[in-house]
Design a binder for this molecule. Structure first.
Ligand code: GDP
Ligand code: IMO
Ligand code: MG
Length: 452
C-alpha cells in the first residue's frame, strides 16, 4: 500500500498549497424553485445554459418535469439537466440525484426524436448517485395505497420511486452507480438482499430478480462511459480555467424534505444546501442564487395551500396557464401569489435575484390579489408554520391590484409592459426584498424580459 507520509511537516501549514486558501475558484449559479414546483425553472435554466459550460442537477429524480421551448419545439426533461439542449453544455447528474436508468434512457430517446443531439457525449453521471429500481416505483404506489387505507389520504406522489429510493439511501441499504459498475456478482447479491428486505415489508411485492439484473447490467454498460467520480469532476471544474457553472434545482422550497409542507413534500433538499451536498461543492463556491416563482401560485398533489382559489379565478389560472403536470399529467391546483412563502423561501435560500414567470397568464384579470401575511386567531404570525394543521387554519391577508387587461406576451423590455403590470412587479419585488431580474411573458426562450 503506497501512501504519502509527512516525515517533515512544513512549519507553515499553507506552504506547498498550489493556491492560497482564499482562492475559492469558479462560482456556481444556482436556480431554485421558490414555490411548490413548476415555476418555470427549465425555461430559466435554458436561458442561462446558452452561456454555461456546465449544467448540473443536484437532487431529486424523474419526479421533476422541466419544459423548454426552443424554436417552437417543446422538450421536457425529468432527469437530464435542461441544459442538455444547448449543444455546448456539458451536463452533470450529481450524487444527490436518484437515477432510474430505464427512465433516463427513455427520456433521452424521446428528446432525440425532437432533435436533441450528442447527449451521450455531454452527460456526466456521478458514481455516488443512488439508483431507483423498478420495485422502488412499485413500492411508491403501494405506500400511497396504504396511506389511503390507514390515514384516508395520500401524498399524491409522482410514483417515480423517489421516496423509497431516498429511504433506501438513508437506511444505508441503497445501491449506487459505483456498485452497478463494480463487481456485478456482488451487486447482484446486494440487489437480491434489497429486494428481500422490501418484500418482507410489502408482501404483495413481486420482483423478477433475474430479468431485472439482466436489464440492469445492460443499462450499466450503456452508462459506463458517462460515469465519473463526481466530486473530483466538480473540483476540477471549480478550480480549473474560468467556467460558467449552473445548478438546476428540481422540485422546490415548499417541497423540501426539511423546509417544505411536511409530510406533503418530496424526499430531497430542494433548497440551496442541496446544491452543495448533491454535487460536493463547498458553500464558498456558491455565487448567484436565483429563485423562480410564477406570478401566481400552483401546487400538484395534496397538502395545505393558503392562497388556493377553488373558484372561477382558480379555474381561469389553470386553463389559461395550461397548468397540467409534465410528469404525471395531473391538473395543478391554482391560487394567488403568496408573498409569505416567497419570503420564507428567501430566508432559507438567500436569493440574489428572482425570475417571475407567467405574468402573461394574469393579462385578462379584472383584479389581482397577492397574499401578504398569515393570521391565526386574528393575529399576524411572523413565520411560516411548520405544523400543517396550523397552515390549514391560517387566514390570508391580501392586497388587491387592478388588472392591466392587455396582452403582455409581445413585451420584450420593461417599458413594453403596461404601467399596472409594472406596479404589480415592483410591489412584489419590494415585499420579497429581492430584485426581480426576469419577467416571463410566454413559453418560449425569447419571452423573457431581462431587467438588469
Ligand atoms: P419547472 O418544473 O419549474 O421547470 O416548470 P414546468 O416546465 O413544469 O412548468 C412551467 C410551465 O410554464 C411550462 O409549460 C413552461 O413552458 C411554461 N412557462 C414558463 N414560463 C412561462 C411564461 O413566462 N409564460 C407562460 N405562458 N408560460 C411559461
Ligand atoms: P419540478 O422540478 C411539482 C410533488 C408531487 C407530490 C410530492 C411528492 O417539475 O418543479 P414525489 O414523487 O417527489 O415523492 O412527490 O411532491 N412534486 C412536484 N410538484 N413539481 C415538481 O418538480 C415536483 N416534484 C415532486 O406532486 O405532491
Ligand atoms: Mg415541472
Amino acid at each position: 500500500r503506497s501512501g504519502t507520509t509527512y516525515t517533515n511537516p512544513p512549519s507553515n501549514p499553507t506552504q506547498g498549497l498550489k493556491r492560497p486558501r482564499n482562492d475559492a475558484g469558479n462560482k456556481v449559479t444556482v436556480v431554485l424553485g421558490a414555490q411548490w414546483g413548476d415555476e418555470g425553472k427549465g425555461k430559466v435554466v435554458d436561458l442561462l445554459a446558452t452561456e454555461s459550460d456546465l449544467v448540473c442537477r443536484c437532487q431529486g429524480g424523474n419526479n421533476a418535469g422541466h419544459t423548454v421551448v426552443v424554436e417552437g419545439k417543446e422538450y421536457d426533461f425529468h432527469l437530464l439537466p435542461s441544459g442538455i439542449i444547448n449543444p455546448k453544455s456539458i451536463c452533470v447528474i450529481g450524487n444527490g440525484v436518484v437515477i432510474h436508468l430505464p427512465g433516463l434512457f427513455e427520456e433521452a430517446e424521446n428528446n432525440e426524436k425532437k432533435g436533441l443531439k450528442g447527449w451521450e457525449k455531454r452527460l456526466i453521471v456521478s458514481d455516488r448517485a443512488h439508483l431507483v429500481f423498478d420495485f422502488h416505483q412499485v413500492v411508491d404506489g403501494i405506500q400511497e395505497t396504504q396511506r389511503q387505507a390507514t390515514e384516508g389520504k395520500i401524498i399524491g406522489t409522482t410514483k417515480k420511486g423517489i421516496g423509497p429510493t431516498y429511504a433506501s439511501k438513508a437506511s444505508r441499504i441503497g445501491l449506487r452507480v459505483c456498485d452497478l459498475l463494480g463487481d456485478f456478482k456482488e451487486f447482484s447479491t446486494k440487489f437480491k438482499n434489497l429486494v428481500e428486505q422490501y418484500q418482507s415489508m410489502y408482501s404483495s411485492l413481486t420482483v423478477d430478480t433475474e430479468s431485472q439484473l439482466k436489464k440492469l447490467k445492460e443499462y450499466g454498460e450503456r452508462l459506463r462511459p458517462m460515469v465519473r467520480d463526481g466530486v473530483y469532476y466538480m473540483y476540477e471544474a471549480l478550480h480549473g480555467p474560468p467556467k460558467k457553472i449552473l445548478v438546476e434545482g428540481a422540485n422546490a422550497a415548499l417541497l423540501d424534505i426539511d423546509f417544505g409542507t411536511y409530510p406533503f413534500v418530496t424526499s430531497s433538499n430542494c433548497t440551496v444546501g442541496g446544491a452543495c451536498t448533491g454535487l460536493g461543492i463547498p458553500p464558498l463556491n456558491i455565487g448567484e442564487v436565483y429563485g423562480v416563482s410564477k406570478a401566481y401560485t400552483t401546487r400538484v398533489g395534496i397538502g395545505a395551500f393558503p392562497t388556493e382559489q377553488l373558484n372561477a379565478t382558480g379555474e381561469l389560472l389553470q386553463t389559461r396557464g395550461h397548468e397540467v403536470g409534465v410528469t404525471a399529467g395531473r391538473k395543478r391546483r391554482c391560487g394567488w401569489l403568496d408573498l409569505v412563502i416567497l419570503r420564507y423561501a428567501h430566508m432559507i435560500n438567500g436569493f440574489t435575484a428572482i425570475a417571475l414567470t407567467k405574468l402573461d397568464i394574469l393579462d385578462v384579470l379584472d383584479e389581482i390579489k397577492v397574499g401578504m401575511a398569515y393570521k391565526i386567531n386574528g393575529k399576524r404570525i411572523p413565520h411560516f408554520p411548520a405544523d400543517m394543521e396550523l397552515l390549514h387554519k391560517v387566514e390570508v391577508e391580501y392586497e388587491t391590484f387592478p388588472g392591466w387587461k392587455s396582452d403582455t406576451s409581445a413585451a420584450r423590455k420593461w417599458n413594453d409592459l403596461p404601467q399596472k403590470a409594472q406596479n404589480y412587479i415592483r410591489f412584489v419585488e419590494s415585499h420579497i426584498g429581492v430584485p426581480i431580474k426576469w419577467v416571463g411573458v410566454g413559453k418560449s426562450r425569447e419571452c423573457m424580459i431581462q431587467m438588469f
